[in-house]
Every structure is written in C-alpha cells, then in structure tokens.
Design a protein around this ligand. Structure first.
Ligand SMILES: NC(=O)c1ccc[n+]([C@@H]2O[C@H](COP(=O)([O-])OP(=O)(O)OC[C@H]3O[C@@H](n4cnc5c(N)ncnc54)[C@H](O)[C@@H]3O)[C@@H](O)[C@H]2O)c1
Length: 352
C-alpha cells in the first residue's frame, strides 16, 4: 500500500489529535509541519518525529513529496493556507468550521474545484454512529419530506476562551465553533437544500458580564446565536447555539417530516436525550423507535482514515465541501441579520 505523505499547518491543540490518530493509520506519514510558534514545532518534532519544520507554510508547500496537507490553524486562518495548499497541488483536510466569513469559505471551495483536489472539512460528527443511523432512517424515506427542523448545539458554561474568543483568530464565536456541527448535521440529513433567507440575533452579553471566569470578559465574538432559515424547497429551520446560558438545554435537535419525526442527540448536538428517536405511528397508534445503544467510535480515526483513503485511491472528498459551504451561508446570514437589528436578509449561495 502506497504511503500518503502529509504536511501539517498549525501544530496547536487539535493537531495533536490528528497526529496521534494518523500515527495509527497504516500508509500515512506526516513528514513536515509549519507553525508560527517555534516551540510548537519543537513539540511536533519531539512528540511525533516530524523531521521537517517551517515557520512559513509557503516554504513547506514547496516540498514535492507532500501529497496532502492538514490545516489546523485557528478558524480565521483556514482559508489562506488551504487555498495556498490547493494551488500548490496538494489535497487538504481542514479543521471545522470552513472559515469565519462566507467569502473566505467560498475561496476554499473554488480552489478545490479549480485545482481538482480534495477538500475535506473535519466535521467529525458525520462519523458518529448516531448521525449515521439518523441518515439511514432519513434515506429509507421514514420521515417523508422534512418541512421543519430545529438544530441546536449548546453548552451551559462552555466558552473555550484563548484564541477562540478573538476576532483576529477565530473571527466568529459559538456559531462557528459548535453551531457548525448542528448546522452540518441538519443540512446533511435534510439533503442540503439551498438557504435563501435568514433572520437572526447574536450576543456576547453573558461572557462579558460573567462571574465565573474573568478572562472570558474579553470575549469579542458571539457566545449566543439564533437563526430562522428559509430554504428554496419551502422547509424552515431554527438554528440555536451558545457557549453559555442560564438554562440546561435549548431543546435539542428535531426534524419534522410529513410521515414521521426524528430527534438526534450526539456530542455537541446534544439535547435533552442522547441517541436517535423516531416518532411516528403504526395502525393509527403512536409508535416510536429509540436507538440508544451505539458502539463507541473514535471519530478522529474514522475521518482521518476516510481522508487518507480518498487521497490514495483518487476518490472524491468524503465530505463534499459544497455542502459545508451552506453552513457558512447560514452563519453569515445570522451575523448580517443581527447587524441589521434582526431583520431578514436574503442569502446567496456562492457559485464557481
Ligand atoms: N474537531 C474538533 O474536535 C476540534 C477541536 C478543537 C479545535 N478544532 C478546530 O481546530 C482549529 C484550531 O484549533 P486549536 O484548538 O488547535 O487552536 P490552537 O490555537 O491550539 O492551535 C492553532 C495553531 O495554529 C498556529 N498558527 C496560527 N496562525 C498560523 C499561520 N499563519 N501559520 C502557521 N501556523 C499558524 C498557532 O501558532 C497554533 O499552534 C480551529 O478552527 C477549531 O475550530 C476542532
């Protein structure tokens, strides 16, 4: 089996998870790393035996042996290295979310199409048994047409701080950090209808005035966001996300179909219940089916294996970046609407 040689851009927190996972995948080897912080490169060398290190990723991208690149920089620094890597002829795995702005995300998608290279965004919940089961249920036609969705990623006290709360590095807050999992799961199960209009609000009030961690009072991005999304197929969606709130749950993720309903609870897309539950009827009586027994899966191993296999075998991206781009369309709509005092804004899906 051919070994896929990899470069890493951004050797911080999440990069450690991918390095650990890739070390256990046959036929994958990280041969170079780039980071602005020399200490992080030293750690990459010592911990993972990465021989070639660079403080400028453009220099690393000149290495012909590198076939694919992992982009693990902060969210507002995803597009520049991803586009540079794709233009250098490398396949790219980029951490979630796609980027902080729709324009920056669209540039990534366009570069992958123009260069005919894989771009996979690390939306690990796609590999969770819960989302896989929910997709099976939807694809079997159990729900019928989905006309209404509420999708939620919430934490009661979960503002991560650090680079996540700065406009210059993260660009966005809870919507892009955890909200993207809720949006991606919903859009994936809905079959990626096109959003056409969004209204929404955002706030960072609770972080600015919190009494549990003074460092979080410097939060520059939203810690709470809600959107109402209209799709071209007539479906409607409520999107809710927050890093902190004085509440136990914003209600969880539900799908209403013309034949049955569905509740999904997994990871950040948590709700009052974990697992998958289908709400319907049989012979005129209420009949629900609950799936709670799921085997434990290392989602990083699943997504990294899928990426390496796609690169080696010349397959398309395991997670189509066009579908992920729609999450950015919606988040941008929420931000734009919030700036317009919550009035509805028309949204446009970028084209090539
Ligand atoms: N999938 C997950 O479970 C998960 C978990 C955490 C973070 N993430 C995502 O991963 C990304 C990174 O998060 P993190 O927690 O690892 O952040 P981090 O701050 O720990 O690491 C980012 C690294 O990128 C480096 N960097 C910044 N700008 C750079 C540049 N121009 N060139 C080279 N290196 C540069 C930093 O020096 C740092 O080492 C974020 O987008 C985040 O949303 C995903």
């Amino acid at each position: 089996m051919r070994t896929v040689k990899l470069g890493l851009i951004g050797a911080g927190g999440i990069a450690q998870s991918h390095c650990g996972t890739l070390a256990n995948i046959d036929g994958a080897e990280i041969i170079a790393a780039a980071d602005l912080v020399p200490g992080n490169l030293e750690r990459a060398k010592e911990r993972w035996g990465i021989k070639n290190t660079f403080t400028d990723y453009n220099e690393m991208l000149k290495m012909d042996e590198i076939e694919a690149v992992y982009v693990c920089t902060p969210t507002g620094v995803h597009s520049a290295p991803t586009v540079a890597a794709l233009n250098a002829g490398k396949h790219v795995f980029c951490e979630k979310p796609m980027e902080a702005t729709l324009d920056a995300a669209a540039a990534m998608w366009r570069a992958s199409v123009e260069n005919d290279k894989i771009l996979m965004i690390g939306l690990k919940l796609r590999y969770s048994p819960q989302v896989i089961k929910a997709k099976e249920v939807v694809d079997a036609g159990t729900l019928g047409d989905i006309y209404y969705v509420e999708t939620v990623a919430d934490r009661r006290r979960g503002n991560p701080g650090g680079s996540f709360i700065r406009k210059a590095t993260a660009g966005l807050g809870a919507s892009a950090d955890i909200g993207v999992y809720a949006l991606d799961t919903a859009l994936y199960l809905m079959g990626h209808p096109k959003p056409v209009a969004v209204s929404g609000i955002t706030s960072n009030y609770l972080s600015l005035h919190n009494n549990w961690n003074p460092a979080l009072r410097e939060t520059e991005v939203e810690d709470f966001g809600v959107g109402w999304v209209v799709f071209d197929n007539g479906a409607r969606m409520v999107f809710k996300t927050c890093w902190c709130m004085n509440m136990d749950s914003l209600g969880g993720t539900i799908f209403l179909g013309k034949k049955a309903g569905l509740r999904v609870g997994v990871g950040e897309v948590r709700g009052p219940q974990n697992g998958v539950r289908v709400y319907g009827d049989k012979n005129g009586e209420i009949h629900d089916e609950t799936y709670t027994e799921f085997k434990s899966v290392n989602v990083f191993h699943e997504e990294d294996s899928a990426f390496i296999d796609a690169v080696r075998e010349g397959k398309p991206s395991p997670i189509d970046p066009y579908g992920v781009l729609l999450t950015n369309v919606i988040i941008q709509g929420v931000i734009d609407s919030s700036e317009a005092d919550g009035r509805e804004v028309e949204v446009t899906v970028p084209t090539l």
